[in-house]
Design a protein around this ligand. Structure first.
Ligand SMILES: N[C@@H](CCC(=O)N[C@@H](CS)C(=O)NCC(=O)O)C(=O)O
Length: 202
């Protein structure tokens, strides 16, 4: 298996966390995002959206971190991380969708502003990102411990949310107002798969 990725990409990280948990060692190819390699013809042929990660497994070429994780876990037969039971699986899907739709967008924009915009960072955009992230985190705080899929058995949703919140903290986001989220994230941070995939800057 080849994984086209970038070390500071949270979407690459969640796939790497899963691989580490399953003791899989994909051949990692770092895509030179800073040089625009992800928009090259060769890369766009693998992922027309021009984003990492992309998985290549024989004839299978797959984009989108959540689709990649589901493929890997189904192939490995590790059902507990993405349960076969339809209702349990849909609960995991719900948190994965929520991560993409609600949690990730403000945090990704915040990361771009903080890590790459330098003096051109827009304070009002940064402030808006913190507000939108906080609104999403209120939902996660309520979800934890409410009998939802998250915070009980470890599933793909933990790797998705954990990698996004890892980035959030890295760019100055605070979880102070969210004690359940903080406690849950500590359990994710304690996992060897989290520690082995800490983003490398520079
Ligand atoms: N929904 C996609 C998002 C992937 C994504 O946003 N990748 C970022 C790095 S974390 C990227 O490649 N950004 C470059 C770009 O969009 O031009 C996934 O889950 O894989």
């Amino acid at each position: 298996m080849k994984l086209y990725m970038h070390p500071i990409s949270q979407h690459s990280r969640r796939v790497l966390m899963l691989c580490h948990e399953l003791k899989l060692e994909p051949e990692c190819h770092v895509v030179a995002v800073d040089k625009g390699e992800h928009k090259s013809d060769a890369f766009l042929a693998m992922n027309p959206a021009g984003q990492v990660p992309v998985l290549v497994d024989g004839d299978v070429v797959l984009a989108e971190s959540h689709a990649i994780m589901k493929y890997i876990v189904d192939k490995a037969g590790k059902g507990e991380l993405y349960p076969a039971d339809p209702v349990a699986r849909r609960r995991v899907d719900a948190w994965l969708d929520w991560t993409h739709a609600s949690l990730n967008p403000p945090i990704q924009t915040l990361a771009i502003q903080t890590l790459f915009m330098g003096d051109n960072a827009d304070a009002s955009v940064v402030s808006d990102c913190h507000s939108r992230a906080a609104a999403a985190l209120e939902g996660l705080e309520r979800g934890l411990g409410s009998g939802e899929a998250i915070g009980r058995e470890t599933t793909l949703a933990d790797f998705a949310i954990g990698s996004t919140l890892g980035l959030f903290e890295m760019v100055g986001g605070s979880l102070e107002r969210f004690p359940k989220v903080t406690a849950w994230l500590e359990t994710i941070k304690a996992r060897p798969s989290y520690q082995a995939t800490v983003p490398q800057m520079g």
